[in-house]
Design a protein around this ligand. Sequence first.
Ligand SMILES: Nc1nc2c(ncn2[C@@H]2O[C@H](COP(=O)(O)OP(=O)(O)OP(=O)(O)O)[C@@H](O)[C@H]2O)c(=O)[nH]1
Ligand SMILES: [Mg+2]
Length: 354
Amino acid sequence: MALSIGIVGLPNVGKSTLFTALTRKGGLAANYPFATIEPNVGVVEVPDERLHKLAEIVKPARILPATVEFLDIAGLVKGANKGEGLGNQFLANIRETDAIVEVLRYFSDGNVIHVEGESDPVRDVDIIKTELILADLATVEKAIPRLEKEAKRDKNLAAKLETVKELQGWLNEGHRALRFDMTDEQREHIYDLHLLTMKPMLYVANVDEDQAASQPEAIDGVSPIPISAKVESEIIDMDATEAKEFLEMMGLEQSGLERLIKAAYQLLGLQSYFTAGEVEVRAWTVPVGAKAPQAAGVIHTDFERGFIKAETIGYNDFIAGNGEAGARAAGKMRLEGKDYIVQDGDVMHFKFNV
Ligand SMILES: Nc1nc2c(ncn2[C@@H]2O[C@H](COP(=O)(O)OP(=O)(O)OP(=O)(O)O)[C@@H](O)[C@H]2O)c(=O)[nH]1
Ligand SMILES: [Mg+2]
């Protein structure tokens, strides 16, 4: 299943501009607040140079990168929880995402209306944080009476009710759920509430074009990723070489998409391994620390259930050996069992039996 990321922020900060640039898809980007009403969904290929290096050697019929799904929703404003603006009703659309990206306005275009008057990323982070917490409080407050009723019939639910009530107090103090000190059991208690402030968050600073290569100050202990939505939208129509040259001219080594996805993988503790055959060369996403059977399970549950072993070649060994045969001849192919911890870039071939 593809990683999914919800994009939030105040209206008019460039969410749809960024979304359109990332997904190369025509969401509506416009200079009026609430240009976006229905959520836009777009799937992006995870850029990974290594896939192409593998494909040069293997010459497969097709190359399949990992994918990330982005959801662009309406802007949130102060009071969204009370029905102000349109954002609140669309928060439901990002309840199922794995992470949230908050776009912050840093660019200084006087022609583009700022709903809060002028740019102040710290204040904006605070507004959105409050709205997300209030949305979670509404979820929790709805859950409590239901849990109270159920707990009367099922004693096992008493602990769950207790956790949810404690969390309510925490949210009421203005903290994100993610910062609530929880045991694994408590984490399970609140899992099905799909709280927004439980999700890992990244900040994107939508900066002026000439600031795309400079690092903005941290907010709340988090360093925003500087991305110029404008620059990103300019490179959409360029071919790879042109885009690279253009980015270099701006002092950038990688596109915003690459930097954003890299940051998201890091934040979520994810990595890629590869399968490389004549039919396809493909990237698969697994958590850092995943063992071989779990990695196999990403391809098919049967692979996990019937896992026997994994023929594994490290990425660099695969390249150095100019493919599987060479790596094998150099003694670089390992037969790994069910306790093997998959490494980023491993080229794997699973043996299974069902
Ligand atoms: N100068 C400049 N303008 C930008 C940039 N990014 C977005 N804009 C402009 O800002 C306006 C709003 O952009 P959108 O992408 O529609 O903003 P949004 O956050 O999706 O807004 P809502 O959907 O209303 O919440 C548009 O006129 C964009 O062209 C940027 O990096 N620089
Ligand atoms: Mg929009």
